[in-house]
Design a protein around this ligand. Structure first.
Ligand code: ZN
Length: 682
């Protein structure tokens, strides 16, 4: 691993922050924190922490010795000075004289000595940073360090690698006791450049930012070099089915099982994020995957996000998904049972009885395919998948030079149920459509964009499909999700698009089949090719996407909503609009057919009947022409309805959101046209 330090970059950080009133010390602390946080081999998702001891001026102008240490909720990769709150150092140092200190008292002293009372909580490893005397201190959960120390003889291996250059700290859970232990081990050999915290990570320190950072890089490089020596060929492959099922067939099954894994008949949707690459396949395909994948997390604080172990599923054979589903369901049930047993084994040791967390796995390993991160949002599913990938790499290297081993189950429990760790996750209330995946066709148009915005505002995850890739990407600008190019009149393109949705999020809960375009012509004279073209887009495409979505919804087993953009033409045909109205009328029948055929699966089918909206169907030229034909102004034409109000794309979008939530409504059509009695459904 090479040092990324650059004098020029360091000075540019100093220059930039000094203008904002930030000291040179703190600016350099931000700079190397970001260098560490930018490399996933060192730091992932809130892992690791850094500090600098410096002087700040308080409100009355006194200079105060402070420890600026990473605050909870910040990531090293994009940390700012505000993410390194200043704590008065002297009161922290006086605590070392105590024999013990409760977590509550520790947090209280840390918060009580913040220079800024609104700052985030200082890291759970603040005391360790305080008790060591060095100006700059860096801490990571480096993959290579974990691979060499997560071993039965990890201390001996580290002694061989580092000799006297690093201190060796046996595992103790983070907090006051670890801080005291690390400080006393350091004092026995004050020449060390850092400390290996066995089965946890590494601290390095120095008198300046560059020294502490480069000692980290040097130590990790030594560990990496050790991992290249005397490697066994690991992971003999298991016998797998000749042909493995596709990700898009497996992901919805997995997503459904994740939703129902709460047990007791309750369910709550989850989002799943698929990953694969040769190293992951090598790992999940190993004959011994049932051993090394079930040992536990590579560093204790990972378990608050991915629990101690992943659920290991059977290899899914193509054409035999029923067997996969049965095997996977049994694996999920066994996982939940084991998780409950683990809680019962360790909760009685706790001073204060804990409440059991949900028994839903956060990582699933699928031989032949790869791995899935599971979370309550795309973000948390991606975090779980990132940590799982990191685990694969760490354990693969550990097994190449020895046997992977982590801290004891009791130690893992203490971390997973430690209030200070759970506090890292934060508690936020969910919006009504959180955890739901909404696929929208024609998402690049005015109505499609409004639909995407409206569902995103309700907390849904958006998969925006449009024939134009740029328009699809634009549709999720600012709201997140996936923008996917898709020609809805081409079944192959639809298949690819839904496969992408399944890989990214695991499935679909709501389909808004919105893509459409208007063709006109007097019905007795119009060319058959015009009619067929319109039927392709305004009828068959609705059927293609609905069929695809229903298959995924059935595999998930958690219901779903099919929503169609119908048209006034379907119920109140206008002159020369047969080519548009006829397929739309067929689509209205399609809504009812889906409602009948899939109501038993909890899948609802509804439509919105909108009219006279500024969109691709009704562009500015057409509005001008129609207004002129009626001898009214454009504004009067657009508001030519019972309410005398122009109907906006957002009004149509709101109707779709309503129908997605209307759990007891199916085979319904909502009219959004400002009132048009001739088009009223009867
Ligand atoms: Zn740590």
């Amino acid at each position: 691993m090479d040092s990324q330090w650059s004098d020029a970059d360091a000075e540019s950080f100093v220059g930039r922050y000094v203008e904002a009133g930030v000291s040179r010390d703190l600016a350099l602390r931000v700079y190397t924190s970001r260098l560490l946080g930018g490399d996933p081999r060192l730091v992932l998702h809130g892992g690791g922490n850094t500090s600098v001891k410096t002087v700040q001026t308080d409100i009355v102008g006194d200079e105060v010795d402070v420890l600026c240490v990473k605050g909870s909720g910040w990531d090293l990769g994009d940390i700012e000075p505000a993410g390194l709150p200043a704590v008065r150092l002297d009161p922290l140092l006086r605590l070392e004289a105590l024999d013990r200190l409760s977590d509550e008292d520790m947090v209280n002293v840390q918060r009580g000595n913040l220079l800024d009372s609104t700052a985030p909580n200082p890291s759970v490893e603040t005391m360790l940073h305080a008790f060591l005397p060095h100006k700059f201190i860096d801490h990571t959960h480096s993959t290579a360090i974990l691979s060499v120390s997560d071993q039965p003889d990890g201390e001996a291996i580290c002694a061989e690698i580092f000799g006297e250059s690093m201190g060796s700290v046996p595992y103790i859970m983070p907090g006051f006791a670890l801080a005291k232990s690390a400080a006393s081990i350091y004092r026995k050999n004050p020449d060390v450049g850092g400390l290996i915290l066995h089965k946890h990570g590494i601290f390095t320190f120095g008198e300046n930012a560059q020294e502490a950072y480069e000692r980290m890089i040097d130590a990790v490089t030594l560990a990496e070099q050790r991992l290249q020596k005397g490697r066994k060929s690991v992971f003999v492959a298991a016998d797998l089915p000749h042909e493995i099922a596709a990700v898009e067939a497996v992901a919805p099954i997995l997503r459904g099982l994740s939703a129902t894994a709460l047990g007791g008949g309750a369910w709550r949707r989850m989002v799943v994020d698929f990953r694969t690459r040769p190293e992951i396949l090598n790992y999940v395909n190993g004959a011994e995957v049932g051993r090394y994948s079930q040992v536990g997390v590579v560093t204790p604080d990972h378990n608050i996000r991915i629990k101690n172990t992943p659920v290991l599923l059977p290899a899914p054979e193509a054409g035999n998904l029923a067997a996969f589903r049965d095997g996977a369901q049994a694996a999920f049930e066994a996982f939940a049972q084991a998780y409950g047993d683990y809680f019962v084994r360790h909760n009685p040791r706790q001073a204060v009885s804990k409440t059991q967390l949900d028994p839903v796995p956060r990582v699933a390993l699928v031989p032949g395919l790869g791995l899935f991160g599971i979370g309550d949002s795309p973000k948390s599913a991606a975090v779980a998948a990132d940590l799982a990938e990191n685990t694969v790499d760490t354990i693969t290297d550990a097994e190449a030079i020895g046997t992977y081993e982590c801290v004891s189950e009791a130690d893992m429990f203490d971390i997973e149920y430690w209030s200070l760790e759970q506090a890292k996750l934060g508690k936020s209330s969910e919006k009504p459509m959180a955890r739901q995946i909404v696929a929208i066709t024609g998402a690049g148009g005015a109505i499609g964009q409004a639909i995407a915005q409206a569902f995103a505002a309700e907390g849904a995850t958006i998969a925006a499909l449009d024939i134009d890739a740029v328009a699809a990407a634009d549709a999720i600008d600012g709201i997140g999700g996936a923008g996917i190019a898709c020609d809805v009149t081409d079944p192959a393109s639809v298949g690819t698009a839904f496969a992408q949705i399944c890989e990214r999020f695991g499935g679909v809960d709501v389909l808004v089949s919105n893509a459409g375009a208007a063709w006109s012509g007097r019905i007795g004279e119009v060319g058959m090719e015009v009619l067929r073209k319109s039927f392709e887009l305004n009828f068959f495409a609705h059927q293609t996407v609905a069929q695809k979505a229903v298959k995924i919804m059935q595999a998930q087993g958690t219901g779903g909503a099919l929503l169609f953009n119908a048209s006034k033409q379907a119920v109140h045909p206008g002159p020369d609009f047969g080519p548009y109205g006829l397929p739309k009328a067929a689509t209205l029948s399609l809504v009812r057919q889906y409602a009948i055929d899939y109501g038993g699966d909890g899948i609802r089918a509804n439509a919105v009947n909108a009219d006279r909206i500024r969109s691709g169907l009704l562009d500015e030229d057409m509005i001008a022409a129609r207004a002129a034909a009626r001898g009214v102004s454009e504004a009067d034409y657009m508001a030519g309805n019972l309410l005398h109000q122009e109907v906006r794309a957002a009004d149509v979008a709101d109707a779709f959101v309503y129908l997605a939530k209307a759990a007891r409504t199916t085979a319904a059509v909502i009219t959004v046209d400002g009132g048009n009695i001739a088009a009223a459904l009867r």
